[in-house]
Design a protein around this ligand. Structure first.
Ligand code: GAL
Length: 375
């Protein structure tokens, strides 16, 4: 199995945490189909922590909580598969999950087989309650091997929050993606902190094994486990989504999809942003301008000779973000210019071979897909 695009889907944690059940997961799968999200590329339905009983069964296996999942996990997996979607689950490298449920430390091969028997296609693997004396690399390598040993194609999503310079060794464990930050919260400052913290790490992300800046908060509207009412509006969601796509991130939606507003659906299915996110070359963006700038402009190569030019205003006041061609080594006398199309408005610019300045509202962004043309 080759994972050559960052995975896309939905995860229960950001909104629902403990309040998960069979009906919620089935309804979410239904909405992913009826809303067009599945057809836009969102394929994984992932149940996070809190689905199990506190104790393992007599055979040592993890037992789904029968009050929450009365039909068991295999039946739920079958339903999700019947919708043309894939099924994701959660465990942890420690001795208990973060919410104190059974976890896979030293039980990797048994648990991997249980997940395979349930029809799981994706495993998020957390890091809480990990023994101080144990080796994290070994733990992730062991679960990776255990998943492969089942013979089932299971995407392995490591989640050790970026500790122990995970970006430098996780690829060798066989994982397909790795959380590189702590948990997101529904605050613009959290979005920016996470994005900026990856500045020197994003270069390690590449097909086969992707950097993961955590699930999306797009459209949470203040509701749920990591929700903060009033701290993010449509502009903040827009910039959050654009930053994640710029960095070629796994796109795991975290809101209640059953009440997603049309504006948020249209943001999450923006074809140009998804094309940027899923670009098969997965090249890191280059920031232009001084590193301390809070109105940065990013340049990123895409496949097919295209590129991204993205302007951000991370400040609380309006202002302009500027592109200086010399920052990326583009000679203005080359006889070529940039032909640009804005991905939210369709506005066309150029060809242009000079300084570009874009006025932006607080927290807003403007993203262009470009091509080189003779001029
Ligand atoms: C955290 C993880 C979150 C969520 C939570 C569940 O460690 O970063 O994404 O999975 O555990 O308890």
């Amino acid at each position: 199995m080759i994972i050559n695009k960052p995975p896309m889907g939905w995860n229960s944690w950001n909104t629902f945490a403990w309040s998960i059940n069979d009906q919620l997961i089935r309804e979410t799968a239904d909405v992913m189909v009826s809303s067009g999200l599945r057809d836009a590329g969102y394929e994984y339905v992932v149940i996070d922590d809190c689905y199990a009983l506190r104790d393992r069964g007599p055979d040592g296996r993890i037992v789904p909580d029968p009050d929450k999942f009365p039909h068991g996990m295999k039946s739920l997996a079958d339903y999700i598969h019947s919708k043309g979607l894939k099924f994701g689950m959660y465990s942890c490298a420690g001795i208990m999950t973060c919410a104190q449920y059974p976890s896979s430390f030293d039980k990797e091969f048994l648990d991997a087989q249980t997940f395979a028997d349930w029809g799981v296609d994706y495993l998020k693997y957390d890091f809480c309650n990990f023994p101080k004396t144990a080796d994290p690399r070994m733990a992730y390598a062991r679960m990776s091997m255990a998943l492969k040993a089942t013979g089932r194609d299971i995407v392995f999503s490591a989640c050790n929050w970026g500790e122990f310079e995970v970006e430098k060794w996780i690829r060798s464990t066989g994982a397909h993606l790795y959380r590189s930050t702590g948990d997101i919260g529904e605050r613009f400052s959290a979005v920016i902190d996470i994005f900026q913290s990856q500045d020197k790490k994003i270069r390690y992300s590449a097909p086969g094994c992707y950097n993961d800046m955590d699930m999306l908060i797009v459209g949470m509207d203040g509701i749920g486990n990591v929700g903060h009412p009033g701290l993010c509006g449509d502009t903040e969601y827009k910039t959050h989504f654009a930053l994640w796509c710029l960095n070629g991130q796994p796109l795991m939606m975290g809101s209640d999809l059953r009440r997603l507003r049309p504006e948020m659906l249209s943001l999450l299915t923006n074809k140009d942003l998804l094309r940027i996110d899923q670009d098969e070359e997965c090249r890191p963006p280059i920031v232009t301008g001084p590193p301390w700038c809070n109105r940065p402009c990013y340049f990123k190569h895409l496949s097919d000779r295209q590129f991204v030019l993205a302007f951000f205003n991370l400040e609380d006041e309006e202002g302009s973000s500027d592109f200086r061609p010399w920052d990326i080594g583009f000679p203005t006398t080359a006889g070529f210019g940039m032909s640009l199309r804005e991905v939210f408005t369709g506005e066309v610019k150029g060809p242009i071979n000079d300084y570009i300045s874009v006025d932006l509202a607080p927290h807003d962004c403007s993203v262009f897909i470009g091509e080189w043309v003779a001029m």
